[in-house]
Design a protein around this ligand. Structure first.
Ligand code: F7E
Length: 330
């Protein structure tokens, strides 16, 4: 039975990846941070087969203990402070967790596998936010990185550190440059879920309006369930490598609003949406669109959910939740 250790188990991707690996017969361990973590219950209910270990990406000794007790074949480093807007307010904490945390995890893997550097396969959750002020359209594995947020800068550090450990120590280390990926499990602070929850509530007469920031930014949005499959495929390759994971389609926030409101038969959505300077960012990433050719050709990966399918999935989920608020988030 293969064994996997996942950091960031409480997030959207951690849950989907756990389900995927459990279905494939893995023994799955998840690293969970802090005493009385409020998300512990969610993980235990959603993926009861996962064994939870306590640790923190900023604490190398806790990561080494997690390696010793889980004895993993594969490590998926999904843990991060992942909300871009927050990273300006907490640049140093974001650097410690999202940037230096990768180095700590790589070091824990290296020390654990000192007798055979390729014993443990390592996945780093890199991000399209690294492309920032994009230097190519669409963005590929070799596009120059120009991050526009402390979060993006921290992810660039983690990305290059992963490559450096692969090249320096011969580790099987891969970096998945994942473009935005969403789902009914997305946190409500991210724009897609913020919209799907608010539109469901507006349709049900529970609120009148929704306050957003920049509506013209464009993102390449895919379905998180598809993207964790790409992570697993990277780990099955003979060598570690870097891959862009994206749909190759880009849409604006306005288009997300169009489809979400259309789902509840509201055409004139402008009257329900206000813009608030609080939600604009000091530096914006205007356009993201990825070229997933390498992932398609080398991993045999392909996205299964398109943009309208993603909006429909999220709207149906939030209408169900808002109609019956006692139902837990799926
Ligand atoms: O923003 C605009 C905002 O917060 C998307 C993370 O998973 O993907 C995610 O980062 C866009 C931005 O995601 C609001 O200005 C407008 O242009 O949903 P988001 P993100 O920043 O793209 C990457 C790949 C990651 O790695 C990250 O961890 O939407 N926007 N109005 C807004 N965004 C938010 N959050 N809230 C608004 O009211």
């Amino acid at each position: 039975m293969p064994r996997a250790l996942i950091t960031g188990i409480t997030g959207q991707d951690g849950l989907y990846l756990s389900e995927l690996l459990l279905a494939k017969g893995y023994e799955v361990f998840g690293l969970i941070r802090g005493q009385n973590n409020p998300k512990r219950e969610l993980v235990q209910e959603t993926v009861p087969g996962v064994t939870l270990l306590t640790g923190d990406l900023t604490d190398l000794s806790s990561l080494m203990r997690a390696m010793e007790s889980s004895e993993p074949d594969e490590v998926y480093n999904l843990g991060a402070i992942s909300f871009v807007a927050y990273s300006w307010e907490n640049a140093m904490l974001t650097t410690d967790v999202t940037g230096k945390g990768v180095l700590n995890m790589l070091e824990a893997v290296r020390l654990y596998s000192h007798d055979d550097p390729a014993k443990v396969r390592f996945y780093q959750a890199s991000s399209s936010e690294m492309f920032g002020k994009v230097q190519d359209v669409p963005q590929r594995e070799n596009t120059l990185l120009w991050p526009r947020s402390p979060y993006g800068v921290a992810k660039v550090f983690g990305h290059y550190m992963t490559i450096n450990y692969r090249e320096s120590y011969g580790m099987h280390a891969s970096s998945g440059i994942l473009f935005n990926h969403e789902s009914p499990r997305r946190g409500p602070e991210f724009v897609t879920r913020k919209i799907s929850i608010a539109v469901a509530r507006i349709a049900l007469g529970l609120q009148d309006s929704l306050s957003l920031g920049n509506l013209d930014a464009r993102r390449d949005w895919g379905f998180a369930g598809d993207y964790v499959d790409a992570m697993w495929r990277m780990m099955q390759q003979p060598e570690g490598d870097d891959y862009v994971v994206a749909t190759g389609q880009t849409h604006s926030i306005r288009e997300f609003l169009d489809l979400s409101f259309a789902h509840v038969n509201i055409d004139d959505w402008e009257k329900h949406v206000t813009q608030d300077p609080r939600f604009f960012r000091p530096a914006e990433v205007d356009l993201l669109i990825g070229d997933p050719t390498k992932a398609k050709e080398q991993l045999g990966w392909t996205p299964t959910v398109d943009f309208p399918g993603l909006v429909t999935m999220m709207m149906e989920n939030d209408l169900r939740i808002q109609e019956r608020p006692q139902v837990a988030r799926s």
